[in-house]
Design a protein around this ligand. Structure first.
Ligand code: ACM
Ligand code: ZN
Length: 760
């Protein structure tokens, strides 16, 4: 009694004003007076149908501490069914001095109440017996909570790299803590088939293994390989075990069996599934491959047999059939495919893809299941009952919703957790792109083009984790966390409760929980970010950090950061800014941020571009091209590179006063595997002070390097004019043209990526 009183007093002193920091933030949360003391004198009661959830909670408490929940005593935790709650996933959590009451309509809601209650307990509870006190005071409060979206998903590609059953369970458990409810298990790929299909043993013997794997990034030429056999698959027994584990955590698994593309591994095992029948190998590098299923009767028989075994393993409503990135080259050259197009009166190969998907949908529907496909399944006509997963932006979602189909949003811009999350040069190798935490947090799954009626078809969203560049489980954790934490709030919480600063404060707490759970999350909480500002010609450099808990120290001359940062730094010369966050003991947190600012004659000028950069690659806006800051040397997704999709671009730079110009340099990204090509030639035009206009064109170097430099020395072209003074510079950058035969994306328009235009 005295002990409890004492603890209560301590708790009040330490925590009475601290708001709980639950993620995702609940719909309604009211702090009330007092605390509930959880101890071995706490009794656990439950309605029968909530027994498993209540026991789950009991195990959690008893594993994490020495507290044993009793059946008879003075205060209690009650799990109760409340049929008046309208949503299956909703719950209420009422903590008073002598009772914690959890009310829900179903197990799902009760499980989510447990996840919220869990975050009110110290993080020590996450680890076996790590909480070694006998009592814990929990702040009295009242929560009413329900999700915003009914589909809250995370995906994992186990084809490119294979992950253990233990890891899959860890991933599922971590998702469940965030009230995510769907795990999209991407089980088949060009580089490996990962699900045991008993009727087709060669899927296990051949398709599950590749001879070797590409080393480094696909953009680095020439390609090199590790020479090591790699692979594995999940047995049906293992899959049943994972399905059960997920279901106990209210997570439904959607298996993905890719068709007609991304099927090279299966075709390597059974060559008759392809158009040519030629013997091929399981893919050893990344990309999109021409080997696709040939829509022969025997292929459909194979796929139906596979589906039969898949359906028996996964009790959920959906089977994902892929449908993305299926090149039509082999179908164009296949007599059987061409005859089938004519016989079925199909328009073309897109019609054939649509025929393929619709036929598989019919079969899958006959098994009582629904299909989901990537947005390519819209091409050539959507199968009648299909749900669309929109990944190439949101246009697929918009079209499908307008046609009355359910959609799930997974646009690359906000949901691809294989993209970089920091523009730090030494971030571990990733596929490309740039998706910082804040951008995930800002995501609104409902495209603004949809009206209220159409928006009903948006089931929710999903984070995708493609693993070409994630060889280890630790790296998967690094890429998924903390972005999935932000996504959980996008999907669960009401938009009016979302606030990024508040989220970051709660995330700082949540990361401590992840530490206990041994999760290798990316911690950019204490990394400094910088931004150059131009206010009417006044250049300043602003520093900030994700967390505002600790101060930033900086220097401008390449020395150890030593000055306390308070106001933006005036930029008036070449600078090498370094900055770091230090805690109250002067210990460095995070790593040193470094930024060179190269003041050249273009900085502060007026820039216009006749085309908007693509919204996904326009983070810095047009001034990024003349702000004195170069983009990342290894990748194009940061805020300094601008990306244009297949267009000719004309950039105009107007100088404030006539300016003497000697050299103009810039550079282009060159990553053909990602459809990125430098222009072949650039044209420069200078408008001179005396009214003349001069111009010159120069070819770019044609080579394999990732960065293609471009430089022009004006005096070489106009040696007679030593002191040309220009008022305006126009740069015309034609798109490369069309992606040539034999390259990724043949026949499409490539991207152009431009970095800083340095004028001296
Ligand atoms: C995908 O990213 N190919 C769906
Ligand atoms: Zn064919």
């Amino acid at each position: 009694m005295t002990l409890i009183a004492l603890l209560t007093a301590c708790f009040k002193e330490k925590k009475a004003n601290t708001a709980p920091s639950i993620i995702p933030i609940p719909s309604e949360q009211v702090i009330t007076k007092g605390v509930f003391v959880l101890s071995s004198a706490t009794k656990l009661t439950y309605d029968d149908s909530l027994k498993s959830v209540a026991n789950f909670f009991k195990s959690y408490v008893e594993n994490g501490s020495n507290i044993q929940l009793n059946t008879s005593s003075k205060n209690s935790i009650q799990f109760k069914i409340d049929a008046s709650i309208s949503n299956n996933e909703a719950y209420q959590l009422k903590i008073t001095k002598d009772k914690i009451l959890i009310s829900a309509k179903s197990q799902k809601g009760a499980f989510y109440a447990f996840q919220s209650l869990r975050q009110l307990l110290p993080v020590d509870f996450e680890k076996s017996k790590a909480f070694n006190e006998t009592h814990i005071a929990i702040q009295c409060l009242e929560i009413k909570d329900a999700p915003q979206f009914k589909y809250r998903g995370m995906h994992l590609d186990v084809g490119r790299h294979f992950f253990s059953v233990d890891f899959i369970k860890k991933y599922i458990n971590l998702m469940a803590m965030l009230k995510m409810n769907t795990f999209h298990w991407h089980l088949t790929e060009d580089q490996g088939w990962r699900i045991e299909i008993k009727k087709y043993p060669k899927l296990q013997e051949i398709a599950a293994f590749r001879n070797e794997t590409l080393i480094g990034h696909h953009n680095n030429l020439p390609h090199q390989f590790d020479g090591k056999k790699y692979g594995g698959y999940y047995t049906q027994e293992e899959i049943k075990d994972v399905v059960k584990y997920a279901s106990e955590r209210q997570i439904t698994i959607i298996p993905e069996i890719e068709m007609p593309g991304h099927s090279q591994a299966a075709i390597a095992a059974y060559s008759e599934l392809g158009c040519s029948g030629k013997q091929i190998e399981v893919a050893t590098k990344w990309g999109v491959f021409n080997e696709v299923y040939c829509p022969k009767e025997s292929t459909f028989k194979f796929l139906e047999d596979v589906i039969d075994e898949v359906v028996a393993l996964f009790p959920g409503k959906y089977i994902h059939i892929g449908g993305d990135e299926a090149p039509k080259t082999n179908w164009k050259n296949c007599d059987y495919c061409q005859k089938l197009i004519r016989k079925e009166g199909l328009k073309d190969e897109h019609g054939l893809q649509s025929y393929f998907i619709a036929r598989m949908e019919k079969y899958i529907n006959s098994k009582g299941k629904q299909i989901i496909g990537w947005d390519e399944i819209l091409e050539g006509g959507l199968a009648p009952n299909a749900t669309v997963m929109s990944w190439r932006g949101t246009s697929g979602a918009i079209q499908a919703a307008k046609e009355g189909h359910d959609v799930i949003l997974t646009p690359g811009s906000h949901c691809y957790f294989d993209h970089y999350q920091s523009d730090n040069e030494n971030e571990p190798l990733a596929i490309g792109g740039f998706l910082p935490l804040e951008k995930v947090y800002a995501f609104d799954p409902i495209p603004e083009e949809l009206n209220e009626q159409e928006a009903i078809y948006v089931l929710g969203a999903q984070g995708n984790v493609w693993t070409e560049y994630m060889q280890t489980e630790k790296q998967v954790e690094y890429m998924a966390f903390p972005r999935v934490v932000a996504l959980s709030e996008v999907l669960w919480s009401s938009p009016e409760n979302k606030n990024y600063t508040d989220f970051i404060n709660r995330l700082e707490q949540y990361q401590k929980r992840l530490d206990q759970l041994d999760v290798n999350y990316a911690n950019h909480m204490y990394s400094v970010k910088g931004e150059l500002k131009n206010t009417e010609g006044n250049l300043t450099y602003q520093l900030n950090a994700t967390s505002s808990t600790y101060p930033i120290y900086y220097s401008i001359d390449d020395t150890e950061p030593s000055k306390l940062y308070s106001n933006p730094i005036a930029v008036d010369s070449f600078m090498n800014i370094k900055a770091i966050i230090r805690d109250s003991d002067d210990k460095n947190l995070g790593s040193i941020f470094e930024q060179k600012i190269n003041l050249h004659k273009g900085v502060g000028a007026k820039i216009t571009i006749d085309k908007e950069p693509h919204p996904a690659y326009n983070a810095g806006g047009k001034t990024a091209l003349i702000n004195g800051i170069s983009g990342n040397n290894k990748r194009y997704g940061d805020k300094e590179w601008l990306g244009f999709s297949g267009e000719d671009v004309e950039i105009t730079i107007e100088f404030e006063a006539p300016t003497n110009i000697n050299t103009i340099t810039t550079r282009f990204f060159n990553a053909n595997g990602q459809w990125i090509y430098p222009p072949k030639e650039i044209n420069l035009q200078l408008k001179l002070e005396d009214g003349r206009a001069i111009s010159t064109s120069k070819k770019t170097e044609n080579n394999d390097s990732l960065l293609v430099d471009f430089s022009v020395n004006i005096s070489q072209f106009y040696p007679e004019d030593k002191n040309l003074k220009a008022t305006e510079l126009k740069i015309t950058i034609p798109s490369y043209g069309i992606i040539p035969e034999g390259k990724q994306g043949t026949g499409n328009k490539p991207w152009t990526f431009i970095d800083e235009i340095t004028i001296k």
